[in-house]
Design a protein. Structure first.
Length: 302
């Protein structure tokens, strides 16, 4: 089995599973929306799945009226509430190693780009890059991931915390390499345009605005890219129920209706049981779209 492991590592570090993945996300719920089936699948297969969430999502918009008082302009207790939602979501996905960067509440949600919260010295957007990345390096050196997953440089849709999560992840990758652990592959999350378009067709065909006010458009989905840029996918259809349960756990932020869901804009979106990635660091993949994030250990480790 060891001959199939990446060249940088002859045997897994003591006490750690053969396969290890690190996901870096901005707010509680991002991990489930973008990587829910991937996390559930690898966790079920015995891989170490580590989630680092950078903020508590204190500035999120609250959907259920009965929870409206949690919002930052009222009680400002949404962050605390979302710690519980994230824990429930991780239970649904079977992920036991989830942490907040620097501990819960170390970095505050920065709000959408251009709002006054962006200037709060405690917010993630104002964080010192090397200091924040240093906290991620501690996690990397402990869990020794072969795979790192985060957003593209625009954070998928321009949210300051998503952009900063990308920067911290990429800086953490560099700093960890300088300290002796090179992550084999770094992936950005993305959605192929054709898949998203087909998902919206399904939503329209199903009369998707029966529950949701309106249907979103592919432009509302973060990280949509030309199909040719996608070079890996994880078919997690078998874990769709886990992802739906995890989406439901993020009750303050997400409304779920059958195969569709909506965020606080109340625009219905299709649910995806296959997730897509673009490799941006590490040895080049073969042409086409790889099945899974660990092509070279796919057979030996199952
Ligand atoms: Zn987010």
């Amino acid at each position: 089995m060891t001959t199939d492991l990446p060249a940088t590592e002859a045997t897994p570090p003591a006490g750690l599973p053969d396969r290890r993945l690190l996901f870096v996300h901005a707010h509680p719920d991002d991990e489930t929306i973008t990587n829910g089936v991937t996390m559930a699948k690898y966790a079920a297969e015995g891989a170490l799945v580590t989630l680092v969430t950078c903020t508590l999502g204190e500035e999120g918009e609250v959907i259920p009226p009965e929870l409206a008082h949690l919002a930052s302009d009222r009680d400002d207790t949404l962050g605390e509430h979302r710690i519980g939602e994230l824990a429930a979501a991780m239970e649904a996905l079977g992920v036991t190693d989830h942490r907040f960067l620097g501990g819960p509440g170390r970095y505050r949600d920065s709000g959408m780009m251009g709002v006054p919260h962006n200037d709060n010295p405690k917010c993630f957007w104002q964080a010192d890059l090397d200091e924040a990345a240093g906290r991620l390096v501690d996690v990397i050196l402990e869990t020794r991931p072969q795979v790192l997953v985060t957003y593209d440089s625009n954070g998928g849709y321009g949210h300051p915390d998503h952009i900063q999560a990308h920067r911290v992840a990429m800086r953490g990758y560099e700093l960890a390499a300088a300290r002796g652990h090179t992550i084999d592959r770094v992936y950005e999350v993305c959605f192929p345009r054709s898949v998203v378009a087909a998902g919206f067709e399904r939503l329209r065909a199903a009369g998707g605005n029966s529950v949701f006010q309106h249907i979103a458009t592919p432009d509302d989905v973060p990280g949509v890219v030309d199909d040719a840029l996608v070079n890996a996918s994880v078919n997690g259809e078998a874990y769709s129920d886990n992802k739906k349960a995890a989406l439901t756990a993020h009750h303050s932020q997400i409304a779920v209706d059958g195969p569709f869901f909506a965020l606080s804009n109340e625009l219905g979106q299709p649910f995806f049981g296959t997730e897509y990635f673009r490799q941006v660091r590490g040895e080049a993949l073969a042409e086409g779209v790889a099945d899974g994030l660990f092509p070279e250990v796919a057979e030996s480790a199952r």
